[in-house]
Write a protein of this length. Sequence first.
Length: 372
Amino acid sequence: MERRNLSKVKQKYFQQHGGWLLLEKIKSSQRFGFTIFTKQQIEHATNNFYSANIIGYGGHGTVYKANLRDQVVAIKKCKIVNESKNKEFGKEMLILSQISHKNIVKLLGCCLEVEVPMLVYEFIPDGTLFHYIHSKRGASRISLMTRLRIAQESAEALAYLHFSASPSIFHGDVKSANILLDKDYTVKVSDFGASILAPTDEEQFVTLVQGTRGYLDPEYVQSCQLTDKSDVYSFGVVLVEILTCKLVVDFNAPGGEGKSLSSCFLLAMKENKIQELLDEEINNQDDMDVIMEVVELAKECLSMKGDERPTMKNVAEELGRIIKHNQYSRGQEYNHEEMETLISEASPDIVNQYYAYVSIDKEAEESIAIGR
């Protein structure tokens, strides 16, 4: 009787979370790379959720490292699920499972035989951006250009969710702790615990504020309506975090209530004291032009009004432009130094020919500029 009752409970949860819809889709498509795991499989893989297997905590659940079907995975045991979304859960898993982007953690499967569904993700072994930028040793190893590449890849991933996923997906909890890095600092955006599909009518808007303090969009806090611009605001905080290596909420600030990094950043910009906030590892005059471009971009992302913020696609493109321009400038500088060295070792005839060529080349550039 106990076994029968347990089986009925499992079936109830399975149906409640839209399991039959998922099963139907999996059976109808051989290419559908998604698995529905049983409760027993998950418990065995995590050794009954043994505490030593915990690799992370979050506002939406606990993440365990596990070995499932001879593959190392990350299993997220969620805390709660919105009851109004129970019936949509299977449908949303269907959409999330089909996300395919090099900078987004792949959702491999789920378990629906439990009160709150559990999610199975690919395992990324080398920690989070939060760990690297707030660890003294970690931050010192990440150059400015590597930080910008991490920011760009993260922005590309979010832009994919907003513009390429169908329907669009809003992440809802963008923060440095949800940006995983592999040994080459390649980004994998993770944790869709707060994600929602883009609402198609007013009834589908989120009515409960979710997310992490310090990263939350002020407009979202007031309206309870998560939008793509909410992710843009949170990403702006991450940009500031990357540049400063400071915590997003400082509980050691006077008053003890915690001062937000975003407000400190905007105040520093207003008072022209932004250099005082920058991480000392990247705070040098040679890179200041590049840093100030990123600072201006972060300021736009942190606008109090969502309509005034750029889209994630705009942000990704701007970061790409900044990186390419900086690489080009450095390449030009390197080529100039290399050429000067070669000239110093060359014969007088070759030197005269080179400078004559440079003079002609400059005249051509000026003519083109005037023509434009």
